[in-house]
Ligand binder design. Structure first.
Ligand code: SF4
Length: 372
C-alpha cells in the first residue's frame, strides 16, 4: 500500500478537530511519552502545546545533544539551472516569470565549484528548476560524476524522477534526494501549481518511495510553511515520515522547514508561521524522532538561526546563493527566493564555535558503504 493510499484513508477533518481540541494533559503526556507516536506528535503540534514551549525545548535540546552532540553539518546549495516548465505561484523560477534562464555548462559548473570548495564545504546540494527535457536525467548523469569528484556528499533537489533514473544516479554517486511535497492538502496544492508536471500531486507524493526503492541513502521531506495550515501540513509530513521509516528502514531521513519567502512576482503567505511557531515545530519533530536530521536554510534571519541552534537543528546552509552561476557572479539577480542570512560560511562557522558547536564540513565517505 502506497502512502497515497494511506493518506486517502485518513480523515483530515478528524485530525484537524483533534489538533484544535488537544488538552493540556495530552500535551504533558506527549512531552514525557515515547518517540514515534503519531498521537503525541499531533499533541505537540497543537495550539495547546504553545503554552509548553519551555519544557518542549528542554527535552528537544537534551535529545539532540544525546544523538548529535554539538555538531552542526554545513552544506551549500549549488544551482544548476533556473529553467522550469512548471507554474508555481510562490517561486521566482516559475515558468511565466521574465527571468534570464540558464543551465550551467561543464565549465561554469567547474567555476562554481572552484569558488565553493576553498570555503571548506564537502557537502553539496545540487538544485535546479524542473525542466525534464533540457535539465533531465541525461544532464544529471553527466554532471554528477564531475561534482562527486570534488565533494564527498552529493544531494539533489530537482524534479521527481523514475526509480530507474534514481538508480542510474545512485550508481554515479548520488547520496541524498530532497523532495518537498510543499503542502499535503490536495486543494491548496492544486491552487498553487498551475501548469506543468508538478500539478500531479500523487506522483510527487509517491516519489520518496521510488527514491528509497532505488537505494538512495538519505531522503529529505519538507513542506512550504505558509501555503496552508502549518500544523496540519506538519502533522501529515509526520505521517509520511512514519510510513517511510517503517517500510524503507535502510534509508535515513531529514526534514526541512522552509517558510514562504518573498520572490520575484510571488505571493504572500496565506498562513503566517511565527518564530514561536517555528520553535514549536522543530521541538515537536525532535520529540517525535531523535534520529531525524533537521535542516535550516538561509531563508531565516541570522539572529533566529543562531537562537535555534541546539534545539533540534542538525544541518545548516551558509553563504548560499539561489541562482545558477551565483557564486562566480553574485549580482546575477536570477534568484529563486530572497535570502535573509547573508553571512559567509566562515562567519557562520565562527558563530557556531563561539556558541559551543562544532561546524562539520565532512561527515560522509562513500567507502564506508562499500561504494567508494
Ligand atoms: S518551485 Fe520548483 S517546480 Fe515550482 S516553479 Fe519553482 S523551481 Fe519550478
Amino acid at each position: 500500500m502506497s502512502f497515497l493510499d494511506i493518506l486517502s484513508g485518513l480523515s483530515r477533518e478528524q485530525l484537524r478537530m483533534a489538533l484544535y481540541s488537544t488538552s493540556p494533559a495530552q500535551v504533558e503526556a506527549a512531552i514525557e511519552g515515547e518517540q514515534g507516536n503519531l498521537s503525541h506528535l499531533l499533541a505537540l503540534l497543537s495550539p495547546a502545546a504553545e503554552e509548553y514551549l519551555e519544557p518542549m525545548a528542554q527535552r528537544a535540546a537534551a535529545l539532540t545533544r544525546q544523538r548529535f552532540g554539538h555538531n552542526i553539518g554545513l552544506y551549500l546549495p549549488l544551482y544548476l539551472s533556473n529553467l522550469c516548465a512548471n507554474e508555481c505561484d510562490y517561486c521566482g523560477f516559475t515558468m511565466s516569470n521574465k527571468l534570464k534562464r540558464k543551465v550551467l555548462s561543464h565549465d561554469e559548473l567547474a567555476a562554481e565549484m572552484a569558488v565553493i570548495k576553498p570555503q571548506g564545504f564537502d557537502s553539496i546540494l545540487l538544485v535546479s528548476g524542473e525542466h525534464e527535457t533540457k535539465v533531465g536525467i541525461d544532464y544529471f548523469a553527466e554532471v554528477l560524476p564531475l561534482v562527486k569528484a570534488e565533494f564527498s556528499h552529493v544531494a539533489m533537489e530537482v524534479q521527481p524522477l523514475s526509480r530507474e533514473h534514481y538508480e542510474i544516479l545512485v550508481e554515479k554517486g548520488l547520496d541524498a534526494v530532497m523532495l518537498y511535497q510543499e503542502t499535503y492538502d490536495p486543494e491548496t496544492y492544486r491552487k498553487h501549481h498551475l501548469r506543468g508536471n508538478k500539478q500531479d500531486y500523487g506522483y510527487r507524493l509517491e516519489s520518496p518511495e521510488r527514491i528509497a526503492q532505488a537505494g538512495v541513502d538519505k531522503i529529505g521531506l519538507g513542506v512550504l510553511l505558509g501555503l496552508d495550515d502549518w500544523r496540519m501540513d506538519a502533522l501529515l509530513m509526520g505521517y509520511h515520515l512514519d510510513y517511510l521509516e517503517r517500510r524503507f528502514w535502510r534509508s535515513r531521513y531529514s526534514i526541512s522547514l522552509p517558510r514562504l519567502r518573498p520572490c520575484v512576482g510571488g505571493i504572500t503567505p496565506k498562513v503566517q508561521l511565527t518564530d514561536k511557531g517555528l520553535v514549536q515545530l522543530i521541538c515537536a519533530f525532535r520529540l517525535f524522532n531523535e534520529q531525524l536530521e533537521i535542516s535550516l536554510s538561509t531563508r531565516e534571519t541570522p539572529s533566529l538561526r543562531d537562537d535555534l541552534l541546539g534545539l533540534g537543528i542538525t544541518q545548516m546552509s551558509a553563504g548560499s546563493r539561489t541562482e545558477p552561476g551565483g557564486y562566480v557572479n553574485p549580482a546575477a539577480q536570477l534568484d529563486q527566493f530572497e535570502i535573509s542570512d547573508e553571512r559567509s560560511a566562515a562567519e557562520v562557522a565562527s558563530v557556531l564555535r563561539s556558541r559551543g558547536f562544532t561546524p562539520v564540513w565532512k561527515d560522509w565517505e562513500a567507502g564506508w558503504i562499500g561504494a567508494g
